[in-house]
Design a binder for this molecule. Structure first.
Ligand SMILES: Nc1nc2c(ncn2[C@@H]2O[C@H](COP(=O)(O)OP(=O)(O)OP(=O)(O)O)[C@@H](O)[C@H]2O)c(=O)[nH]1
Ligand SMILES: [Mg+2]
Length: 313
């Protein structure tokens, strides 16, 4: 009997978990739906769609039982980068604490984009900082939306993307695999089969947060985000200084229209500045090593309250 059970488990599908990352609108959720038969909501307009981590139902592919994890992208229209980073890092570190590791990561990029713009570059950098160089051999850089452009344009763009260090070349050199995705289940399964054979691995962000107990701001991804925020704050300060001088001149010249426009520009900049401050606070607060996680915070509160409640009874 025990022998039979052993035999069955040997042939039971091997559980495999793969995360899908990339900029907002890159087609992450569509890939997951096509590959797994899930029915997650996909974007229809210009706004970001997926705003939380979500698991697909496990599905069988060859002898693997695959679960895909959908992730929100950075430069999301409804969440700040700090909120997305907090959500993603909290998720991956709690998965690691539960002993659940990823076998692979897919990074999606639209070949139809005629520029590797700021959003794509930042998302790719965050992807590398979250997974770390050691994880790259278990990752795939997937281009999609080939049907949206002329094939010869796509081929030239692909050569540039995978041939230049500032884009994907360094990741490919470190072991990441390039794939084209044709938006069909077959094409998604070729990519998943390639990654499913990789052994589960610890991501850099998991090592940093859980093993090394680093605060988020000291992780590669957190430090880069704080650096970016500082850079943007510096630019805002310089622009505010310019606006102040322009306003002095407009007041001297009694130019009411200029004064109104300059005041509007100053208010918009101040609002941006406040958002950056909030992001900084969020990263620093989430980073406090003693800060309890949200669930445990309520437990602590409950435990503290209990004696008072008992006394008042
Ligand atoms: N032509 C084409 N369209 C696609 C493909 N993948 C996704 N789309 C379309 O691109 C849009 C965005 O797709 P989503 O799957 O929602 O993108 P996402 O990366 O999950 O976006 P967020 O959840 O906002 O981060 C949708 O309108 C999809 O129908 C593809 O391979 N080919
Ligand atoms: Mg999505």
């Amino acid at each position: 009997m025990a022998k039979n059970l052993k035999k069955e488990s040997k042939f039971a599908p091997k559980p495999v978990t793969i995360a899908v990352m990339g900029p907002t609108g890159a087609g992450k959720t569509t890939f997951i739906n096509v590959a797994s038969g899930s029915d997650f909501r996909v974007g229809v307009g210009l706004e970001s769609c997926t705003d939380a981590m979500q698991f697909s139902q496990p599905f069988q592919l060859d002898n693997y039982s695959i679960t895909l994890i959908d992730t929100p992208g950075f430069d999301d229209t409804s969440k700040t980068d700090a909120e997305v980073l907090n959500m993603v890092t909290e998720f991956f570190s709690s998965q690691y604490e539960k002993g659940q590791l990823l076998n692979g990561i897919i990074y999606m990029h639209r070949i139809s984009d005629n520029r590797m713009g700021g959003t794509a570059v930042r998302n790719f950098r965050f992807f590398k900082q979250l997974c770390g160089d050691d994880f790259l051999p278990s990752s795939a850089i997937v281009t999609n939306m080939w049907g949206e452009i002329a094939p010869e344009v796509g081929v030239v763009r692909e050569q540039e993307l995978f041939g230049k260090d500032i884009f994907f070349k360094s990741a490919i050199d470190a072991g990441a695999s390039p794939f084209r995705h044709a938006n069909t289940a077959e094409s998604a399964h070729v990519i998943l089969r390639h990654l499913a054979g990789s052994a589960p691995k610890v991501m850099l962000i998991q090592k940093e947060l859980v093993d090394e107990k680093k605060p988020i701001y000291a992780t590669a991804a957190g430090a880069a985000l704080l650096g970016e925020i500082a850079e943007r704050e510096k630019k805002h300060q310089e622009r505010l200084e310019e606006l102040r001088k322009e306003m002095d001149e407009a007041v001297k010249a009694q130019d009411e229209e200029d004064m109104r426009e300059l005041e509007e520009a100053r208010a918009a900049l101040a609002a941006e500045q406040a958002k950056l401050q909030m992001q900084k606070r969020l990263l620093e607060e989430a980073s406090r090593p003693s800060a309890p996680r949200p669930q445990s915070f309520f437990m602590v509160l409950l435990l503290k309250l209990t004696p008072c409640v008992r006394r008042s009874l």
